[in-house]
Design a binder for this molecule. Structure first.
Ligand code: FPP
Length: 245
């Protein structure tokens, strides 16, 4: 933490938590145990982000493509998510954390859906940090969903093509309650966006690490933030423009 400038923190960190399966293999364990250890790393990351003052944390917990994994793995992940919500509710309340989701939550089954609704309701007024879980999430699906809503609003005259701006389009996305991510972390040495926050990551700083998600701890998070803080974000401008602007 000593290296981090608390006045220059990313407002919004997004994480692609990758490598649970490989971690399990390396430890001669089943994949579900890798995810279970991954859920521990989630706890540590949520706690650390809240502690240092991150405002938004978006975690890619389950993608639309993940439905194609073996049934036992999907079931195992759903069970873990339910356990996580139950175990963390009190901590979220104590630490002023609001839980939100992006993704097609309707495709999830009960009792997870109910648990999500309950947790979101119970934490709805918390202001300390937004913990945003991407569940059954796909960036392209999200964009298509926004286009459909816009077409509907256009048919009723609520929106016209001349009104359409990047900001208005963003407001139709499921992330309308968050600013765009400043820092996106992907673990396990993979260098892909994997259909995560496609529109929102236009100017996001990417940080890749070989660390497998279950091994990702405080130190790794601080390293990512330190790397972010060493970068110059130009948003398409020149360095001179930024200095003079
Ligand atoms: C990627 O590892 C990880 C996932 C598909 C699921 C992420 C879920 C968790 C971290 C645990 C539960 C989440 C919460 C919020 C409590 P992988 O299985 O693709 O790993 P591999 O590429 O090494 O096989």
């Amino acid at each position: 933490m000593e290296n981090i400038d608390l006045k220059k923190l990313p407002r919004h960190i997004a994480i692609i938590m990758d490598g649970n399966g490989r971690w399990a293999k390396e430890h001669f364990l089943g994949r579900i145990l890798g995810h279970r250890k991954g859920a521990e790393a989630v706890r540590v990351t949520v706690r650390t982000c809240r502690e240092i003052g991150i405002e938004y944390l978006t975690l890619y917990a389950f993608s639309v493509e993940n439905w194609l994994r073996p049934v036992e793995e999907v079931e195992g992940l759903m069970k873990l998510l339910g356990e996580f919500l139950q175990a963390e509710l009190q901590e979220m309340l104590d630490n002023d954390i609001r839980l939100t989701t992006i993704g097609d939550i309707e495709t999830l089954r009960e009792p997870l859906k109910k648990l999500l609704r309950k947790t979101m309701e119970a934490t709805a007024h918390n202001k300390g940090m937004v913990l945003n879980l991407a569940l059954s999430y796909g960036g392209r699906d999200e964009i298509i969903g926004a286009v459909k809503k816009i077409l509907k609003d256009s048919a009723t005259g609520k929106v016209t093509s001349s009104q359409m701006t990047k900001e208005l389009f963003s407001s139709y996305l499921q992330t309308s309650h968050t600013p765009d991510p400043d820092l996106l972390i992907r673990t396990s040495g993979e260098y892909r966006l994997s259909n995560f926050l496609l529109w929102q990551a236009a100017y996001t700083e990417f940080y890749f690490t070989d660390v497998l998600w279950p091994d990702f701890g405080r130190k790794d998070l601080f390293e990512a933030i330190t790397a972010y803080q060493a970068r110059e974000r130009r948003f398409g401008l020149t360095s001179e423009q930024l200095r003079n602007g």
